[in-house]
Design a protein around this ligand. Structure first.
Ligand code: NAP
Ligand code: ZN
Ligand code: ZN
Length: 368
């Protein structure tokens, strides 16, 4: 079987033949899936560049199959899944020890020993075939096949919004006087795929949404944000003008994954009882807050919350949202997949795994 493999911690990526024990796998209650497509994400590129230190091949191996975004067709079904059905595998698996993992919520794993396909201790999904336990498979309706790959990154965001809204139950009323979030203002930092998906989800929940980058938007990015009414702000010269015209924000989400110093600019933009959600993984620098800002933070019940990874309920929720966006915002959804590369075009597959091109939202590798 062909697969896309890395040999961490060495940088680099190859498309190779790998051996799997099909006789054994087909007899232990697993569903056989023919992989149709993989999505490429920043994590894959970080692994390929050799910069992701937490990446680990399966125990006893020095090679890891890459990929944590996939859709495929059930080839040999059973356990409620029929041949020909479209499914998406879930990437994060439990540690098998802590209670959160044992009830299917390894996103709250307490041992830190959980496996993650394509990243940590478990082979990923960039390969011709998968054998998997049906409990880790999410059904995908054929009607959203063209954008279904987005359900994996969106699941992380669904979980994040759930965590934020659960946390905000601490406030007696955090909705508006008509019971909605229509008067609430959210700021999303970063216009990468996760920033865009976050903005779309928050619009779906009824928030007013601003999105920022420290550069102007490219044409395709503008077009994606137009239909759902997401407002862009160029933060190249800071956020003062934004706060002057719009006031402070009830919710701020950082998806920039760049400098940690951005936090010290975001904390003072928070409204009373507001939430700063950290979703991106800053890669350099640090931040500090003066005592007045910290006092203000305490007095006004503000919160900073870490947001990580979705599980099966969030994948299912993501599927529902993708299906609704196709009719709510058809122009937007039609622009989210920016490139599809055939696996036979090896050179382009490898170069897309190395480098993100300007304006790219989601690149798909298609297995023929
Ligand atoms: P991405 O494509 O690199 O997007 C980051 C965006 O932030 C880009 O649009 C970038 O601009 C922009 N940016 C960089 N510095 C900025 C600044 N100072 N102010 C405003 N915008 C800035 O990455 P992604 O795939 O969307 O992922 C975003 C982050 O989320 C990454 O750190 C990723 O590792 C993390 N992540 C977290 C989870 C989780 O569960 N917590 C899951 C998946 C991913 P340019 O376009 O000009 O570069
Ligand atoms: Zn990813
Ligand atoms: Zn656990």
């Amino acid at each position: 079987m062909r697969a896309i493999v890395v040999k961490p911690p060495k940088p680099g990526v190859e498309i190779n033949d790998v051996k799997i024990d099909e006789d054994k796998l087909s007899t232990i209650g697993l569903v056989k899936i023919k992989v149709l497509e993989n999505g490429i994400c920043g994590t894959d590129r970080e692994i390929v560049s050799g910069k992701r230190t937490s990446v680990k091949p399966p125990a006893g191996k020095d090679e890891l199959i890459l990929g944590h975004e996939a859709i495929g067709i059930v080839e040999v079904g059973g356990y409620g899944l029929k041949e020909g059905e479209l499914v998406m595998p879930i990437n994060k698996r439990g540690c098998g020890k802590c209670l959160n993992c044992l009830v299917g919520r390894p996103d709250f794993c307490e041992t830190g020993e959980g496996l993650v396909a394509g990243t940590k201790g478990l082979d990923g999904f960039m390969r011709e075939y998968l054998y998997d336990d049906p409990k880790y498979l999410v059904k995908i309706p054929l009607a959203i096949k063209d954008i279904a790959i987005l359900a994996q990154p969106l699941a992380d965001i669904e979980k994040s919004v759930e965590a934020i809204l659960t946390t905000q139950k601490r406030v007696p009323i955090w909705t508006c006087d008509d019971g909605t979030f229509n008067c609430k203002k959210a700021l999303v930092v970063g216009t990468g795929p996760t920033g865009i998906l976050f903005s779309l989800i928050l619009r779906t929940y009824g928030f007013q949404v601003w999105i920022t980058n420290r550069r102007e938007l490219l044409d395709n990015e503008k077009e994606i944000l137009e239909e759902p009414g997401i407002i862009f702000y160029n933060s190249e010269n800071g956020y003062d003008n934004l706060v002057k015209s719009e006031g402070k924000f009830d919710l701020i989400i950082d998806t920039s994954g760049a400098s940690a110093s951005i936090m010290q600019h975001l904390v003072p933009l928070l409204q009373i009882n507001g939430v700063l959600g950290l979703f991106g993984f800053p890669r350099y620098d640090n931040f500090s807050l003066d005592y007045k800002t910290v006092q203000d933070f305490v007095i006004n019940n503000r919160i900073i919350i870490g947001l990580d990874n979705g599980q099966k309920p969030h994948f299912q929720q993501a599927v529902i949202h993708l299906a609704s966006w196709k009719s709510l915002w058809p122009k937007t959804t039609s622009k989210m997949i920016t490139k599809v590369i055939s696996i036979s075009n090896e050179r382009e597959v490898i170069s897309s795994l190395r480098e993100k091109l300007p304006g790219e939202i989601k690149v798909i590798i298609r297995w023929e």
